[in-house]
Design a protein around this ligand. Structure first.
Ligand SMILES: Cc1ncc(COP(=O)(O)O)c(C=O)c1O
Length: 282
């Protein structure tokens, strides 16, 4: 992984070494901020409006006053300066509450800190990963619907996957699967796609929402029903979704092997192919 050469910070686009924030920025002190990640594919940001709307909703949920539509011009400027206009790339946006003497409650009248960067990123047409995943207790807080920068729980749980040479850690709370450390998770049983309801215990992924649209258009039944950890051996297929992950098949959950060879189940495959088609029209 490399640093981006230039970053956007509060209206300026500067070499990343020169982008400095106060040690009293609440993003640094408390992780008091919201972030978003989206990808540009063939010159168009994939579900840009949905990503910017989710960013706005996150800011609203934690009372940071900022209008995300003001970012549109600056995103274009950033892409221009970094020579990524029209190129496949990943855009990261982070907005923190801003700088103030340390106190827990929200300080009044402070200006949010806005940071963005874009880096070249060419996603595979179809994600060929057939993921091995481990399962762990979801010990994060109970507002996982907020895409906040304080990701320590996700970071710790993702590190466990890496330590086990796995792609992801899928999480369970009270005996039911919620999501994964940086993806949503879906299971397929008897042709029906099952995933955790979009409540406060998961992030309602944009790719997750796309899967709902795809299932509708393909006449595949999809239900927001939590899956029990006791039912893993009954599952026919499973997959992960995320902006960079797209749709990635799961091959193995702990010791339970879904496919012996590098196979991908028929429903997952259908969704991956349909996803590929919408990528070229969005
Ligand atoms: C915890 C978590 N769940 C799900 C997702 C997938 O969201 P999206 O499809 O919008 O990238 C992410 C992405 O960052 C995530 O961090």
């Amino acid at each position: 992984m490399k640093y981006p050469e230039k970053v956007y910070l509060n209206g300026n686009i500067v070499p990343f070494e020169d982008a400095k924030i106060s040690v009293f920025d609440r993003g640094f002190i408390f992780g008091d901020g919201i972030y978003e990640v989206m990808v540009q594919i063939e010159g168009v940001f994939f579900y840009k409006k949905a990503h910017l709307d989710r960013l706005q909703e996150g800011l609203n949920k934690i009372n940071i006053t900022f209008d995300t539509s003001s970012l549109l011009i600056d995103i274009e400027k950033l892409l221009g300066v970094t020579k990524l206009t029209g190129k496949d790339c990943l855009l990261y946006i982070q907005i923190t509450r801003g700088v103030a003497p340390r106190q827990h409650s929200y300080p009044l009248d402070i200006v949010p800190t806005v940071m963005m960067y874009a880096v070249p990123k060419v996603l595979p047409k179809i994600n060929a990963v057939n993921a091995k995943v481990i399962t762990r207790e979801d010990f994060r807080w109970s507002r996982c619907d907020i895409k906040m920068t304080s990701l320590l729980g996700n970071v710790m749980l993702n590190e466990e996957a890496v330590q086990h040479q796995c792609f992801e850690t899928i999480l369970h709370r009270d005996g039911f699967f919620t999501e994964a450390s940086h993806c949503n998770v879906f299971f397929i049983k008897d042709g029906i796609v099952l995933t955790h309801p979009a409540n406060k215990l998961i992030l309602d992924g944009i790719t997750r929402q796309v899967v709902f649209e795809l299932c509708k258009s393909l006449d595949i039944e999809i239900q927001e029903t939590p899956v029990s950890i006791n039912d893993v051996s009954e599952i026919d297929e499973a997959f992960l979704t995320g902006t960079s992950t797209q749709i990635a098949s799961i091959q193995q959950i702990d010791d339970h092997i879904l496919y012996k060879e590098n196979n991908i189940g028929p429903v997952t495959q259908k969704l991956q192919e349909a996803f590929l088609k919408i990528k070229s029209i969005n």
